[in-house]
Design a protein around this ligand. Structure first.
Ligand SMILES: NC(=O)c1ccc[n+]([C@@H]2O[C@H](COP(=O)([O-])OP(=O)(O)OC[C@H]3O[C@@H](n4cnc5c(N)ncnc54)[C@H](OP(=O)(O)O)[C@@H]3O)[C@@H](O)[C@H]2O)c1
Length: 350
C-alpha cells in the first residue's frame, strides 16, 4: 500500500484554495494537507480552518515549516520569482518540493532551479498539469497513422476578461515573470505542444501588449521549427482581444492525414482525424474517443509526484525542472525575437 504523504502548503492563494486543496482532499489514500505558510498569516489561518489543519501547524516562516519533520513534502504556489529560493531552501532542508509553473520568473532563475534539482536526489517537480492531459497521450497515438508529420498549427486565443480573478492579483498586474501572461498561461500550451511534438529548436515571433492591465506583452504570433524532426508550425497565444470566440485548437498535419484537438471548451474537448494521402482519398472525418478528467491533469501530476517521493526516485517525475525550463525558454525566445523585429531565435538550453 502506498503511504499517505503529509503536505505543507506554501502560498495559500487562489489556486491553493480552489484547486490544490480539493485535489489532495480527493486523494485521501495518498495525501493529507497538514501545514500551511503564507506571507499574510491571516489568509493561512483561514485556509487552515477550511483544510482542517491544526492551529500550531500554521507557520510564521518557510524555515519553521521546513523544520517540521512530519511534513513529507512542500507544495509551493507563489509568484514565480520566489521559486528558485524556495527550491534552494527545501533542498537544504532535505524536503521534496513541487512548485507551480512557470518554473521561474527569468531564464537565469530557471537555470538555477534546474541546476539545484539535478544536483540532489531529493525530488523536485514543477506542477505543469497540462503535461498530464489525456490529449497529449491520445494525440501521440494518432501520429503514426497520419505521419510522417510535417506541420502544425497551435492556436489559443480568446477575448479579454475584465472580471478575471487572476488578473486582479497584484503580482500579475506588475509581473516580474518574463512575458507576464505569456509565461503565466502560455507555458501550459507550450507544455502540451512539446509533449506531443518534442522540443522547439528555433522560432520567430511578434509579441504585443494589447491591454494595459496585463502589465507587459500579452499576445504572441510565432512560427516554429521543431528539434528532432522536420516539423514546422505556427503558435498563437493570447486572451487580450475584443469580443471573439474563445478558440483553442491544435492541428497536426501529416503526409497521410491530419488530427485536430479542440480544447475551446475545456469541459467538452474533442478530437477528430482524417486519414488519406490526398483530397482524392474517400474517407470520413473520424471522431476519436477521448475525454479529460475534471481536474485537468492536476490529480495525475500529484500522483506522479507521490510515486517519486514515496519511492525516493526523482527519475519518475514527468514534469521535471528540465522539462519545464523548455516551456519558459520558448517564451524568452518569443520576446527576444520580437525585440529583434521577428529574427529567428534559437531556444536556449538550461
Ligand atoms: N496550473 C494552473 O492552471 C494554475 C492556475 C492558477 C495559478 N497557478 C499558479 O499558482 C501560483 C499561485 O497563483 P494564484 O493564482 O493562486 O495567486 P495568488 O492568489 O495571488 O496567490 C499567490 C500567493 O503567493 C503569495 N505571495 C505573493 N507575493 C508574495 C511575496 N512578495 N512574498 C511572499 N509571498 C507572496 C501570496 O501571499 P498573500 O496572501 O500574502 O498575498 C499568495 O499566497 C502561481 O505560481 C501560479 O502560476 C497555476
Amino acid at each position: 500500500m502506498s503511504p499517505v504523504l503529509n503536505v505543507g502548503i506554501v502560498g495559500t492563494g487562489i489556486f491553493a484554495r480552489e484547486t490544490h486543496l480539493p485535489a489532495y482532499e480527493h486523494l485521501p489514500q495518498d495525501f493529507k494537507v497538514v501545514a500551511a505558510f503564507n506571507r499574510t498569516k491571516s489568509k493561512a489561518e483561514k485556509f487552515a480552518e477550511h483544510a482542517g489543519i491544526a492551529e500550531d501547524k500554521v507557520y510564521d516562516s518557510l524555515d519553521e515549516m521546513l523544520a517540521d519533520k512530519t511534513i513529507s513534502f512542500i507544495d509551493a504556489l507563489l509568484p514565480a520569482q520566489f521559486n528558485a529560493d524556495t527550491v534552494e531552501k527545501c533542498i537544504a532542508a532535505g524536503k521534496p518540493i513541487i512548485l507551480e509553473k512557470p518554473i521561474a520568473a527569468t531564464i537565469d532563475q530557471a537555470r538555477k532551479v534546474v541546476k539545484l534539482a539535478e544536483s540532489t536526489p531529493i525530488p523536485v517537480a514543477i506542477a505543469e498539469n497540462w503535461l498530464f492531459l489525456n490529449a497529449a497521450k491520445v494525440l501521440k497515438e494518432q501520429l503514426a497513422e497520419i505521419g510522417p508529420i510535417t506541420a502544425f498549427t497551435y492556436n489559443s486565443t480568446g477575448p479579454f476578461v475584465k472580471e478575471n480573478k487572476y488578473l486582479a492579483t497584484s503580482w500579475r498586474q506588475k509581473p516580474e515573470h518574463i512575458g507576464g501572461f505569456l509565461s503565466d498561461g502560455g507555458v501550459h500550451q507550450l507544455a502540451l505542444l512539446t509533449e506531443v511534438l518534442g522540443e522547439v529548436s528555433s522560432l520567430s515571433a511578434f509579441t504585443k501588449q494589447v491591454r494595459k492591465q496585463s502589465g507587459t506583452d500579452d499576445v504572441v504570433f510565432s512560427t516554429m521549427k521543431m528539434k528532432t524532426s522536420d516539423v514546422i508550425g505556427t503558435f498563437t497565444y493570447g486572451s487580450a482581444f475584443g469580443l471573439c470566440e474563445k478558440s483553442v485548437y491544435f492541428k497536426i498535419y501529416g503526409l497521410n492525414g491530419a488530427v485536430t484537438l479542440n480544447l475551446s471548451d475545456k469541459k467538452k474537448p474533442y478530437m477528430t482525424k482524417t486519414v488519406g494521402e490526398s483530397a482524392e482519398t474517400k474517407s470520413e472525418v473520424q471522431t476519436i474517443p477521448y475525454e479529460e478528467e475534471p481536474s485537468f491533469g492536476v490529480h495525475q501530476e500529484f500522483l506522479n509526484f507521490h510515486e517519486a517521493v514515496a519511492k525516493k526516485e526523482k527519475g519518475l517525475i514527468k514534469s521535471s525542472p528540465r522539462v519545464a525550463f523548455h516551456h519558459l525558454a520558448c517564451v524568452a525566445a518569443f520576446l527576444e525575437s520580437s525585440s529583434k523585429n521577428g529574427d529567428n531565435v534559437v531556444v536556449v538550453q538550461p
